[in-house]
Design a binder for this molecule. Structure first.
Ligand code: AMP
Ligand code: MG
Length: 408
């Protein structure tokens, strides 16, 4: 089944968006502890070996293999004590050094015996187990060798990446500057939590969804809040954020109803392509520019906002930030459901992942897939991607986009 030809496919819309997502070039050097979620601007090369010296992987005793050849249980004199952070002496024949995890291996030592494999009287030890050459020694440079690339440009910095930079002694990292994103929400019905609802009103939930999603992506947010459904107010809001921002996001008002003013406002202030995308949820999506600033208008239904953000806005933002991993690779999982009346449009169904009786990951659908049901996004672990017109039977393999990646 082919989708309606006046509709763009998800891939066509994404390709067009990404083609215009120019990576920002401004780079700043910031301390490691501020660099979480930022995008690395340049490859990082290690100035040293990690670990910087051979060291013990255990609390135990540093020994010489040549002392352990006797048939009887070897007995050695303990002549030195080497805690982490100190340097031992040359290990003499017939002796052992008390050594602790992370302490440098003394010259002459070629194995460490863990303390559980010894019996000690305080001055000597007996070794109760066979010893292998090199055992329990962590070699200099076994993690990182001096001059190697430890992190590549375009990496999104998570906790492990920051630890790696610290392990080679880097106090700062060059990152692309934070993307400045303005957001506004159209709808006369919208009320901010903390204020009572009157007849016909609803709370603006998308504002908090977008705030959370943009924060997780490391963006700097300008929040214009709720804008009433009229052309002048919408134009005024757009003009207010047209400069000084890298992206303008709007939510709601991009359909073709009389109360949808975003389209006309963007056309008056800049230029606009209003797309109908063959997807469910989230059919309308607007894309354009106000001056030089890109603009993306998302539909207002909460699940549509959430899904269109994850599929379109997230990769657009990541690419502009210079990230290389801006697309989410789907997993293949088993359908734990039947989907026998497929839509012409490609669907993104909210699903939980569990382990099936055969041990494979299996997706189960939230029972109510309506585009206003935000509960489905809280319940789910990700989105099952159903191609247009494809019926699915329990046991079929389906593509699954995990929130662990999309919300990371
Ligand atoms: P619209 O895209 O403006 O036609 O809105 C579609 C539906 O989403 C309507 O039911 C709106 O009331 C609802 N809606 C729009 N914006 C928001 C928002 N910020 N928070 C929650 N619901 C919204
Ligand atoms: Mg509206």
């Amino acid at each position: 089944m082919t989708p309606n030809p006046t509709f763009l496919t998800v891939d066509e819309a994404l390709d067009t968006l990404l083609a215009s997502a120019r990576p920002i070039q401004v780079v700043e050097s910031i301390p490691l502890q501020l660099a979480i979620q930022r995008v690395l601007a340049r490859d990082q090369i290690s100035p040293l070996d990690v670990p910087p010296h051979d060291n013990s992987a255990m609390d135990g005793f540093a020994v010489r293999m040549s002392d352990l050849t006797a048939q009887t249980l070897p007995q050695l004199q303990v002549t030195q004590r080497i805690p982490a952070g100190s340097q031992g002496q040359m290990l003499q024949q017939g002796t052992a050094a008390r050594i602790f995890t992370g302490a440098p291996i003394p010259d002459g030592c070629d194995a460490v015996v863990m303390q559980e494999d010894t019996v000690s009287d305080g001055e000597t030890i007996k070794i109760m187990q066979p010893v292998r050459l090199g055992q329990h020694i962590r070699r200099r440079g076994e993690d990182i060798s001096q001059g190697s690339i430890i992190l590549t440009a375009g990496t999104r910095l998570g906790a492990a990446q920051l630890g790696l930079a610290a392990s080679v002694g880097l106090p700062n990292l060059p990152v692309t500057s934070r993307l400045k994103v303005a957001m506004l929400f159209t709808g006369n019905e919208l009320v901010t939590p903390g204020h009572p609802l009157t007849e016909g009103q609803i709370y603006n939930s998308n504002r908090y969804v977008l705030h959370g999603l943009l924060t997780q992506l490391g963006c700097e947010i300008t929040d214009l809040g709720n804008i009433p459904d009229n052309l002048e107010a919408t134009r005024g809001a757009l003009r207010q954020v047209a400069t000084g921002h890298d992206l303008i996001l709007t939510c709601g008002g991009v359909s073709v109803g009389e109360e949808d003013h975003v389209k006309a406002a963007v056309q008056a202030e800049g230029n606009l392509a209003l797309w109908r995308i063959a997807m469910k949820p989230g059919k309308p999506l607007a894309f354009g520019h106000i001056g030089d600033t890109p603009f993306i208008g998302m539909p207002g239904n909460p699940v549509s906002t959430f899904v269109t953000f994850l599929l379109f806005v997230r990769p657009f933002i990541l690419k502009r930030q210079g990230a290389t991993d801006y697309l989410c690779s789907p997993l293949k999982v088993t359908a734990g459901f039947d989907w026998l009346k497929p839509d012409k449009r490609r669907e993104f169904l909210r699903a939980q992942l569990s382990t099936s009786v055969t041990g494979t990951p299996e997706a189960t659908l939230y029972p109510h897939q309506g585009s206003g049901v935000l509960t489905s996004c809280v319940w789910a672990d990700g989105l099952v991607d159903v191609p247009s017109g494809r019926a699915i039977q329990a046991g079929d393999l389906v593509s699954f986009l995990p929130f662990s990646t999309l919300l990371g």
